[in-house]
Ligand binder design. Structure first.
Ligand code: MG
Length: 301
């Protein structure tokens, strides 16, 4: 099932929907009302927290809709979770070729990591799948791209064993871990600042529920103004998703709606010769097989 957050063109109200075709969405609140459901499902976080009870309702809606679908040419898709309740968890150096290109640029001989590198992006980074990525040359001009598979936690847990990890996943989305590269580097090696400028986490265009997608062999691509910059497959993840969940949840509760961005493959701008950066007017396209594509113009404040 493909779940979206959207707004009608004449409204700023965020609504949730089930995407039933390329251009049609069922409005979940309207459908639930038509079924006389009393479930509190206004936001995507409500849906995720609702667990299996809510998913049963959504499957009933998808199988026999009672209302006319919303046409997507009358709506804008937004980030499926527009305002996460905490920072987005991110993983660094999780494709070997990206690890190698980083090591080559730093001219060091770092050893392969024994544990995943975790950092985070603040909730205010979240951006829609077709919205503008802000560009402010007074802060930096080194705007880089990072296509990543996003994992959305469903069932909360702490100390989750690798073998149980997949049961805790609600679904999958696309993230671009857009990075202001020199800002990332200049703050003592702590990445939070350069990874957390507003609008640097395009997310979407939907969440594909875990029962509908095998995340282990998905092609992922990133293009800038039509030129392919990154092209890989999630089979090359160094730390696989169960290991990431095991390590991240050790002594730290993962909650419904938490998001883990699993790392980016090779081909980022800073590691190119010469380095490449996005600029106003560029179009950033981020695509993962089975989930969809995001198209974010780079613009100015
Ligand atoms: Mg990243």
């Amino acid at each position: 099932m493909r779940l979206v957050t959207y707004q009608l063109l004449n409204s700023t109200e965020l609504r949730t929907g089930i995407q039933i075709s390329k251009d049609q969405v069922l409005d979940i609140a309207h459908e639930a009302a038509a079924l006389n459901s009393t479930a509190a499902i206004t936001t995507m976080l409500d849906i995720i927290a609702g667990g299996e009870v809510t998913m049963r309702l959504l499957r009933e809606i998808e199988a026999a809709p009672k209302t006319a679908p919303v046409m997507l040419n009358q709506a804008l898709l937004k980030a499926p979770i527009p305002r996460p309740t905490k920072n987005i968890f991110c993983v660094g150096w999780n494709y070997l070729d990206h690890f190698s290109e980083g090591a080559a640029m730093a001219q060091d001989s770092r050893e392969l990591p024994k544990y995943p590198v975790f950092f985070s992006k603040t909730p205010t980074t979240v951006n829609g799948p077709f919205d503008v990525i802000p560009f402010d040359e007074t802060i930096s001009t080194q705007l880089d791209w990072e296509v990543e598979l996003g994992v959305v936690i469903g069932i909360p847990g702490k100390n989750i064993a690798e073998v149980d990890a997949m049961k805790h996943i609600f679904g999958y989305t696309i993230i671009n871990d857009v990075t202001w590269r020199d800002v990332q580097r200049r703050h003592g090696g702590q990445w939070l600042k350069g990874k957390s400028l507003d609008g640097t986490c395009p997310m979407g265009p939907c969440i594909v529920t875990a029962d509908s997608l095998d995340p282990t062999h998905l092609n992922l691509k990133c293009r800038v103004s039509g030129v392919t910059k990154q092209q890989s497959n999630t089979q090359h993840l160094y730390f696989k998703i169960p290991r990431l969940i095991q390590d991240l949840s050790a002594g730290m509760t993962l909650e419904a709606g938490d998001i883990i961005s699993t790392g980016t493959p090779e081909g980022v701008g800073f590691a190119r010769t010469p380095p490449e950066w996005m600029k106003p007017g560029d179009l950033l396209e981020t695509e993962i097989e089975g989930i969809g594509i995001m198209r974010n113009p780079v613009g100015s404040y």
